[in-house]
Design a binder for this molecule. Structure first.
Ligand code: ZN
Length: 315
């Protein structure tokens, strides 16, 4: 309950008593980073997330009140790799003087086709690109979808908190070590689950290509109709091509995601006779009452849906 209050009630943050031990004000750009930071900072930090559960952090439109979350923060946690162009603009205009932690620092990003993603700020240095841009290669920002890289995020976040609040070092390091160990165990579980799927069936159709790192880490091929976006529909030819591929390769795993428009996926389901096997969480967590309120729960939820769907099990 407390962590919910800390995340979603900025008034609480402002109202903290000055004589109590001041908690370190930390702001995360979106829900997944907020959860990771909470696991490490615990009660020692006062945490805010700018983009909340089920909110698309790509095309996020910050409100004027979100600027206060930056102005008052000692530490801002962002993903980087062009994921949060809106945040970079906010930082420039907010007079933010704290420490900026980029969780993907030190990661070698995989590359993706710019036009293959939806019309948001990926790799665009704050410039919105669209489908007329062509197959330009940009860094894929969705590195959290690999639990090995998730452990790298944990190290970067912990280092950032320690630098800003050296008095909390022992706590941050202890929490970070325990958390990284849980993520390593979860990574092994994901691998064991995927191993239950015959290699030729490790294919998933989903609505936007957020799972490139997941695919590389765990040996699953993800297909998304080219041009699928919250803002632009793929052409009939693109959808037709994907439908032919689904039929030719006997793909049975068809999914929606929590922040994207389901219309195209429903059309593919109709024309292939496949059932949409549920909703994957890609770029945002669910609300506390949903199936993926934490980064760890997101993996358990996604993989628990993916495996029977790829196997073609009746569900
Ligand atoms: Zn995305």
């Amino acid at each position: 309950m407390l962590r919910r209050a800390v995340l979603f009630a900025p008034a609480l943050l402002l109202a903290r008593p000055a004589r109590a031990q001041q908690r370190l004000p930390v702001t995360a750009s979106f829900s997944i980073l907020a959860d990771m930071t909470r696991q490490i900072g615990g009660e020692r930090i006062a945490l805010r997330s700018i983009a909340g559960p089920d909110q698309d952090a790509h095309g996020f439109q910050p409100k004027p009140s979100d600027a206060a979350a930056l102005t008052n923060a000692a530490v801002v946690i962002r993903n980087g790799l062009g994921f949060e162009g809106w945040l970079d603009r906010m930082i420039r205009s907010s007079g933010f003087k704290g420490a900026l932690v980029t969780t993907t620092d030190g990661i070698t990003p995989r590359m993706m086709q710019a036009h293959h993603h939806h019309g948001h700020d990926h790799g665009g240095a704050g410039r919105r690109h669209n489908h007329s841009v062509g197959p330009r290669q940009v860094p894929d920002p969705h590195a959290w979808q690999d639990l090995g890289l998730g452990q790298h995020y944990v190290r970067n976040i912990a280092a950032g908190l320690v630098a800003a609040d050296p008095g909390g070092e022992a706590l941050y390091r202890r929490n970070a070590e325990a958390y990284a160990a849980r993520l390593a165990a979860l990574d092994q579980w994901v691998r064991a689950e995927i191993a239950r799927v015959p290699a030729t069936r490790r294919k998933i159709v989903t609505s936007h290509d957020a799972f490139g790192y997941f695919g590389e880490a765990y040996g699953v091929r993800f297909l998304a109709p080219q041009g699928v976006s919250t803002e632009a529909e793929p052409s009939a030819a693109e959808v037709g091509r994907l439908i032919r591929q689904i039929k030719a390769e006997g793909i049975s795993a068809l999914f929606m995601e929590n922040m994207t428009n389901p219309a195209t996926l429903q059309r593919i389901a109709q024309e292939t006779g496949l059932r949409v096997r549920g909703r994957l969480y890609a770029d945002a967590l669910s609300a506390e009452s949903g199936p993926a309120p934490t980064y760890e729960a997101m993996f358990r939820h996604n993989v628990s849906l993916m495996v029977p769907a790829m196997r073609g099990d009746a569900a």
